[in-house]
Design a protein around this ligand. Structure first.
Ligand code: B4P
Length: 193
């Protein structure tokens, strides 16, 4: 199996690039942002709990997210591997993921960290706001999301750097240029099908 974490600040292109990578490498996509938004739309108890945090640009509590991921991994039998998009976002989530994958004997192989300056992140998300209808795509909420990233999420890269699994990728450029950079790193590690 091949397990990839696509890492980066809000708006760095994790969702955009995951969609392309899935097609090419035939991996299962696990996006906590998408899973949480789906819970919110379906007005489940988990969704109404998560919504309070998401609308303010805050991270949803670890226990909520970890439980959700754990059932998602268990549901997906016979996957060639996973792309984790937007997860883990705290050190506690990273440790929980490592434990879940250890249990399955299939560790994280690679962490690709997209690097994009704050001004560009804001520009992209405000642009997305024109069509996304997302409550968390306003200037004030974006600021909070970036603060949360700096305070709680950036540390996840160091966690995997200690295991020598991180490659930093310039996330500025066209979607195609960044996709090529990501693929060249994956191709160095992925096992042939
Ligand atoms: P996410 O859904 O993960 O949202 P994101 O960080 O905004 O998205 P992403 O980086 O995928 O950006 P995208 O490709 O869309 O999280 C939303 C919220 O959910 C969080 O704030 C939090 O509350 C909660 N949450 C999620 N996971 C959690 C977890 N594990 N723990 C706790 N809480 C969690 O790109 C953005 C825009 O840029 C798009 O419009 C795209 O078209 C554009 N773009 C992409 N690449 C571009 C490029 N190269 N050039 C120009 N524009 C580009």
């Amino acid at each position: 199996m091949f397990n990839l974490i696509l890492f980066g600040p809000p708006g760095s292109g994790k969702g955009t690039q995951s969609a392309n990578l899935l097609n090419k490498y035939k991996l299962q996509h696990i996006s906590t942002g998408d899973l949480l938004r789906d819970e919110v739309t379906r007005m489940t108890p988990l969704g109404s709990e998560a919504k309070k945090f998401m609308d303010q640009g805050m991270l949803v509590p670890d226990e909520v997210v970890i439980g959700m991921i754990s059932s998602k991994i268990d549901e997906t039998e016979n996957a060639r591997g996973f792309i984790f998009d937007g997860f883990p976002r705290t050190k506690q989530q990273a440790i929980a993921l490592d434990n879940l994958l250890d249990f399955k004997n299939t560790p994280i192989n690679l962490v690709l960290a997209l690097e994009v300056p704050d001004e560009e992140l804001t520009k992209r998300i405000l642009n997305r706001a024109l069509t996304s209808g997302r409550v968390d795509d306003t200037e004030e909420v974006i600021k909070k999301r970036v603060e949360e990233y700096r305070a709680k999420t950036e540390i996840v890269a160091s966690h995997y750097e200690d295991m020598d699994k991180v490659e930093r990728i310039n996330g500025e450029g066209t979607v195609e240029e960044i996709f090529a950079l990501l693929c060249s790193e994956i191709d160095k590690v992925i096992l042939p099908e």
